[in-house]
Design a protein around this ligand. Structure first.
Ligand SMILES: Nc1nc2c(c(=O)[nH]1)N[C@H]1C(S)=C(S)[C@@H](COP(=O)(O)OP(=O)(O)OC[C@H]3O[C@@H](n4cnc5c(=O)[nH]c(N)nc54)[C@H](O)[C@@H]3O)O[C@H]1N2
Ligand SMILES: Nc1nc2c(c(=O)[nH]1)N[C@H]1C(S)=C(S)[C@@H](COP(=O)(O)OP(=O)(O)OC[C@H]3O[C@@H](n4cnc5c(=O)[nH]c(N)nc54)[C@H](O)[C@@H]3O)O[C@H]1N2
Ligand code: SF4
Ligand SMILES: [Mo]
Length: 667
């Protein structure tokens, strides 16, 4: 008998699709988009569809493993958990809680995953990874400016007269936004793409701006200066709803547009064209990407774009907004009810610099538990990270596959795939629809839900009661803030997908969550936190030379962007991944380096060297090399090349702040 089960994609993605699983005789036979989902409307991407391949993959690990001197041996859950619990107890007694490291990220974003942290807090504390490999500089920037990062509803894009896709690889990373863009364009909206690299949207764009990577802060400030010089400003907004404009305007006066043009490689004509869009052709909806803030001045760049949009009247109006994230969603879920941190003795290591922190740690890390992340491919400076991890005497990885991180471990604990779980999924990246996850099939082999793994460990450590509740209770506790909106777990289960009571147009009432209650061009909070009070341009860490000769040291920027067909590293085991990675370079650079389309080349910098295949693309910032991240092979990952530089805000890594060189080679 065929059954349709409604589940959701747990991947860290803008779109948060609901999925229909076709189940026959206890087996998932097909995954389909859910036509009833208002945003994703029956389509899912290949990453979503491959959740089924990951479920049934032959190399998925479905039994606990322990490393012995000959390699991995299969052991029972009891043995694995007894030994790990013993190790933890001894570690706490001899070194204290901080000698246990919980390294986690958002490889799966469902609600019950918050119980992972609960385990370590109920244990009494730990060292845990904080900061971001992903998007925190931008979140902090918008906290300074608006009080919180909020996005317009996708439907509101129809009110825009211009759409600026600024550093978001929309068609690849946020594909369900594309129909909204197309509909807005059909209704007359202009499309502007600001990205150093060519993107799939470029063919549809009315204006393409390809700045040197890491210089968007200068670009936005320059464009705003042009708006100010022409008085293309919204004086009503500036007067009634903003704070600090006179001081910020005085700062703009000190900018020289010729300098901005030289720094960004964007002509003053293009800057003026963009200024006309913001100043004269609104409402403008800005769709910010995350890649753009993985640079030294990433947070300030987002503040500068916020300022440009605010001063020209794009905030709180239909069809406007600087859409980066949607943190308003957080208010509808009580994550604390699950993670329950109160009283725990927690030390923080930053995700990006964890290697150095582990190496110099006092007390030294004795046990590491890795959940929902594959740091060996995803954290900058892989070589240093592996060196640090190798010093940790006991490493436990909870995953579904033998990733390069798991290969370093002493214990591998197999967790369930989302199709084997009951849970629910929300994300604060974009739209306000959340989906209930019904269990489609029984777990394969001995795989366990992660909460069950931690509950069993807690049983052994004497606090099982704090980790064991009926699933309904956990789910209801997480949803409690929705009760006052008349949404219970039962309604959620019945409806499958619900729309959160969010505003279509944030800040329409002109009331912001900042201390002044206004949009803050100048932020005392930023100043108190040791940041610049207003947006300024912060140049890349890596010295850039406009001398593109091979003699100049690594004159090219290496952008290790998100892969088209994989979620970070999660689909690297799937077919069609070339053994030699493909890098994209502009036709101009190809000519300069004597490289033809399809040629083999050597790509290197001071940290790594690798053989690549060249794909020559028309246009793009000429001194930029694109290589997809999440890849591993030839003994290296993309992050062997990247540095542990931090962006300006939020302990955000600046892994796109990276230079390289490329030259022809033969195999
Ligand atoms: N297919 C796919 N989709 C994904 C993911 C995936 O791995 N694969 N990952 C998900 C996750 S975790 C995230 S965080 C999001 C990320 O979503 P995006 O932000 O769209 O993706 P990124 O690859 O981080 O970078 C986006 C773009 O930023 C551009 N960029 C880099 N530096 C600069 C700069 O200095 N200025 C400007 N203007 N542009 C710049 C890059 O050329 C790239 O096109 O995507 C999510 N969706
Ligand atoms: N050079 C470079 N580095 C980057 C980026 C980049 O663009 N360039 N992007 C950065 C960004 S935006 C992000 S978000 C990070 C992502 O970094 P990660 O979150 O580490 O990346 P993933 O490859 O998604 O790894 C998730 C792992 O969790 C496993 N997993 C899946 N479901 C579960 C589960 O339910 N439980 C457990 N325990 N494990 C599970 C998967 O098999 C996979 O091994 O990478 C960052 N690193
Ligand atoms: S990865 Fe994103 S677009 Fe693809 S199915 Fe999952 S949520 Fe949807
Ligand atoms: Mo991310």
């Amino acid at each position: 008998m065929v059954r349709h089960v409604k589940t959701a994609c747990p991947l860290d993605c803008w779109d948060t699709c609901s999925i229909l699983a076709e189940v026959e005789d206890g087996r998932v036979v097909r995954l389909m988009g859910d036509p009833s989902h208002p945003i994703t409307q029956g389509t899912i991407c290949s990453r979503g569809r491959r959740l089924k391949d990951r479920l049934y993959a032959e190399d998925r690990i479905v039994h606990p493993l322990k490393r012995n001197q000959h390699g991995w041996e299969r052991i029972s859950w009891d043995q694995a958990l007894d030994e790990i619990a013993h190790r933890m107890r001894e570690t706490v007694a001899s070194y204290g809680h901080h000698a246990i490291l919980h390294a986690y990220d958002w490889g799966s974003g469902t609600v019950l995953k918050n119980l992972n942290q609960r385990f370590f807090y109920q244990l009494g504390g730990c060292t845990e990874t904080v900061g971001s490999l992903c998007w925190d500089a931008g979140l902090e920037a918008q906290r300074y400016d608006f009080g919180e990062a909020r996005s317009h509803s996708p439907e509101d894009l129809s009110n825009a007269r211009a759409i600026v896709v600024w550093g978001r690889n929309l068609a690849v990373t946020n594909m369900h936004m594309v129909p909204y863009v197309k509909r807005a364009q059909a209704a007359g909206a202009k499309l502007i793409v600001v990205n150093p690299l060519p993107t799939d949207l470029d063919g549809r764009a009315d204006l393409r701006i390809q700045p040197r990577p890491g210089t968007d802060g200068a670009l936005a400030l320059g464009v705003l200066k042009i708006c100010r010089d022409h008085d293309w400003l919204d004086h009503r907004f500036l007067h009634s709803h903003s704070h600090g404009w006179p001081a910020f305007a005085a700062f703009l006066d000190t900018l020289d547009l010729t300098d901005v043009s030289r720094e960004t490689d964007v002509s003053t004509a293009d800057m003026t064209a963009l200024a006309e869009i913001y100043g004269l052709q609104g409402p403008v909806s800005t769709l910010l990407g995350i890649g753009l803030q993985r640079h030294a001045g990433g947070g300030n760049a987002i503040r500068a774009i916020d300022a440009l949009a605010a001063a020209t009247g794009q905030i709180g109006v239909p069809g406007g907004g600087v859409n980066y994230a949607n943190r308003a969603i957080k208010a509808y879920f009580d994550q604390q009810a699950l993670s329950g941190r109160a009283g725990a003795n927690v030390r923080a290591f930053f995700r990006g610099t964890q290697a150095d922190e582990i190496i110099s740690s006092d007390p030294p890390i004795q046990v590491m538990v890795v959940t929902r992340t594959n740091p060996v491919t995803q954290v900058p400076d892989t070589r240093r990270l592996v060196e640090a991890y190798q010093r940790i005497p006991c490493k436990v990885v909870i995953d579904q596959f033998m990733t390069p991180t798991a290969e370093l471990a002493d214990y591998f604990l197999p967790c369930t795939n989302v199709l084997e779980d009951e849970d629910f999924m929300f994300s604060t990246m974009w739209h306000g629809y959340v989906t209930y996850i019904e269990q489609a099939v029984q777990p394969r082999g001995e795989a366990l839900p992660e909460w069950e793994i931690f509950a069993r460990l807690a049983d052994r450590l004497g606090f099982g009661d704090a980790m064991r509740r009926p699933l309904e209770e956990w789910l209801s506790a997480a949803m409690r803030p929705l009760e006052k909106h008349g949404i219970s777990l039962e309604t959620f289960r019945e409806q499958g997908t619900i729309r959160l009571p969010l505003d279509d147009v944030p800040w329409a009432d002109g009331k912001f969550l900042t201390p002044s209650g206004k949009f803050e061009f100048v932020s005392d909070v930023a100043r108190q936190e040791g940041q610049k009070a207003h947006a300024e341009y912060i140049p890349p860490h890596e010295p850039f030379t406009s001398d593109a000769s091979v003699d100049a040291l690594h004159p090219l920027t290496l952008l290790t962007v998100h892969p088209r067909t994989s979620e970070n590293s999660q689909h690297r085991d799937m077919p069609n991944v070339p053994e030699i990675p493909v890098v994209e370079i502009s036709d101009e650079l190809a000519k300069l380096r004597g490289l033809e389309n399809g040629a083999l080349a050597k790509l290197w910098n001071d940290q790594a060297e690798i053989m690549v295949k060249v794909r020559v693309v028309a246009g793009g910032h000429p001194w930029t090399v694109k290589m997809e991240s999440g890849w591993w092979g030839q003994g290296v990952t993309t992050n062997h090349f990247t540095k542990t530089y931090q962006a300006d805000f939020g302990r955000q890594t600046a892994q796109y702040d990276c230079t390289c060189e490329i030259a022809p080679t033969t195999r």
